[in-house]
Design a protein around this ligand. Structure first.
Ligand code: FAD
Ligand code: DLZ
Ligand code: SF4
Length: 509
């Protein structure tokens, strides 16, 4: 049976289910660069280059194996700009009996796929994406009967299932979670390692100039593009992380430092998300480092938790709750995203630092995404729709299945607690404790009122005042509201005035 096998831009794994039974004599692999995917949000230029260059390299490696690949480039004449349009054109060229594809990573694309059999008048076999460590049915079984979904319990189930960091039925070292050891501030003289980058070959250079020409209005510049675009480069990036960063990863997971764009983070998310690396091999590499005593248990557990726990958990929530999930807005946040999210032009040093490095690298580490840009959007009551569009556009690793639950559920509490037990709201005092941003800032983290007051601090109190009715019964917010009760009425009135004046002055209506 002659088969057209579709490979999307985040399915660049040789082990992908759509290729598992490929017949090299008859079958054709179809890969399509299309305008719609580059513009459904205005992706950062570096993200587009990463995906298109990795796609072209992947096609090259399949051809080297003797597989027939029909590769559609963005600039090819007649390119219709959409997956469906390009499939229709491909079917005129290749007389096939069926189409085989691995399920899409995003709801938007899975909806497209649902219509293909009728539209294309051909059988379309949509296969499960086997690269994840938890299948849809396993997640659904775990979620059954639960009102709230907590990563920690899901993670324990996954530890038991994989046997990773387990001694028979007990967790290695006696604890499931060493999170308390993962929150150290970075000592002044601890220097994170220089990061391994990859030079651009002719394929990447061609893609770079095409992206520069076609998408001049998208954010970001391409001068220093150095992400890995092949599997062998991604494996080298994994090696570099394991040897040079992993030993300190756990301790400083939550730290932030001026100019510390990457610290000890792995920078592996884009490769995991487009398929150049698989979660299992990344976890096994970390477990192997533990066996060789290259890193302590708290670090290894902290890293495994991110991939076996958080990454699988957010995917489970996404597919369990979509499409309604994206529409919830528990806190009724309706304000616009301030213009400085697209430029970094603000006096708030923490935000300036995180946004500037985001624009530069299409990357920020987790705690910057959660406690700086995410926290500000939460405190300022920015509409989830605008915040989610921003996160989906600016990060090189952003695909909706992982971006949406993190933004909507974790950072903005827009789902009302399906995902997180309380909002991750924090004042300037937290940022001051976890970073050195505040020392050079025009504002003072501890001040809540007056010209030098830190916007995070007065917005934090404002957030509690405005959302008191919705949040006061949350048992994890008791302390916060007890502290709010200690403020007198005049202070509360002044906090509201200061916060609303600030929001207006920054175009945040
Ligand atoms: P490391 O700190 O080295 O962590 C190791 C790996 O663990 C990551 O590569 C990633 O695969 C996984 N991981 C860690 N935390 C999470 C998490 N919360 N959810 C899922 N996987 C996790 N991650 C994305 O991959 N794409 C996104 O679009 C994305 N958007 C986010 C938006 C917000 C508001 C927040 C708070 C987090 C978001 N994350 C997203 C999760 C996390 O910030 C990134 O995975 C991480 O920063 C990627 O950098 P790294 O590879 O250096 O991660
Ligand atoms: C993000 C992206 C971009 C910018 N371009 C393409 C493309 O031209 N062709 C392609 O197959 N995939 C692209 N992608 C990734 C897709 O958006 C991603 O595969 C789907 O969102 C997954 O459902
Ligand atoms: Fe950010 Fe406030 Fe610290 Fe300035 S003082 S860096 S605005 S937390």
């Amino acid at each position: 049976m002659k088969t057209l096998r579709l490979i999307l831009g985040d399915q660049l794994s040789r082990t992908i289910s759509a290729l598992s039974d490929i017949d090299r004599t008859f079958d054709v692999v179809l890969m399509m660069e299309v305008q719609d995917e580059a513009t459904y949000v205005k992706h950062h230029k570096k993200k587009i280059v990463l995906i298109l260059s990795a796609m072209r390299h992947f096609a090259k490696s399949l051809r080297a194996e003797g597989i027939q690949v029909d590769y559609i480039k963005l600039d090819d004449e007649g390119n219709t700009g959409s997956f469906t349009g390009e499939l229709q054109r491909a079917l005129l060229k290749h007389r096939v009996d069926r189409i085989v594809v691995t399920e899409a990573g995003e709801w938007r694309v899975s909806e497209m796929m649902r219509h293909w059999p009728e539209l294309l008048k051909l059988p379309v076999e949509v296969r499960e994406d086997m690269r994840f460590l938890c299948s849809h049915s396993e997640f659904t079984d775990w979620a059954k009967g639960r009102k709230e979904f907590r990563m920690e319990f899901f993670y324990r189930m996954m530890r038991r299932k994989t046997g990773w960091l387990m001694n028979r039925k007990l967790p290695e070292g006696g604890s499931w979670n060493y999170d308390k050891d993962n929150r150290k501030a970075l000592p002044k003289y601890t220097e994170p390692p220089l990061r391994k980058g990859f030079s651009q070959d002719s394929i990447t250079k061609q893609v770079t100039s095409m992206v520069e020409r076609r998408y001049p209005n998208h954010i970001g510049d391409l001068d220093s593009f150095s992400w890995a675009v092949t599997r062998s480069q991604a494996l080298a990036a994994l090696d570099h992380f394991i040897n040079d960063c992993l030993p300190n990863f756990g301790d400083y997971q939550d730290a932030m430092r001026q100019g510390g764009d990457f610290l000890f983070h792995s920078l592996l998310s884009p490769y995991l998300n487009i398929g150049l690396l698989e979660p299992e091999e990344v976890c096994l590499a970390a477990l192997n480092a533990y066996q060789k005593m290259q890193a302590p248990l708290s670090t290894i557990e902290g890293f495994i938790r991110q991939i076996l726990g958080w990454r699988e958990f957010v995917r489970g929530i996404y597919w369990l709750k979509m499409p309604d999930y994206a529409g919830s807005n528990f806190l009724g946040a309706e304000r616009k995203l301030p213009a400085f999210y697209w430029t970094g032009d603000t006096d708030m040093r923490c935000l300036r630092e995180c946004i500037t490095s985001t624009l530069r690298f299409a990357y920020a580490h987790h705690i910057q995404r959660l406690m700086i840009t995410g926290n500000f959007a939460l405190l300022a009551g920015i509409s989830p729709v605008y915040v989610e569009e921003w996160y989906l556009s600016v990060y090189v690793d952003a695909f909706e299945w992982v971006e949406l639950p993190n933004t909507h559920g974790m950072a903005l509490y827009a789902d009302g607690g399906i995902f997180a037990s309380k909002p991750y709201a924090a004042s300037g005092a937290y940022i001051d404790r976890m970073s050195d941003y505040c020392s050079g800032c025009r504002y003072q983290a501890k001040l809540k009122l007056g010209a030098d007051a830190c916007p995070f601090t007065f917005l934090y109190w404002y957030f509690l005042i405005v959302n008191e009715q919705k949040l006061k019964n949350n048992s994890r917010m008791v302390m916060a509201f007890r502290n709010l009760d200690r403020l007198d009425d005049e202070t509360k009135r002044n906090l509201v005035l200061q916060a609303e004046h600030f929001l207006k002055a920054n175009g945040i209506f």
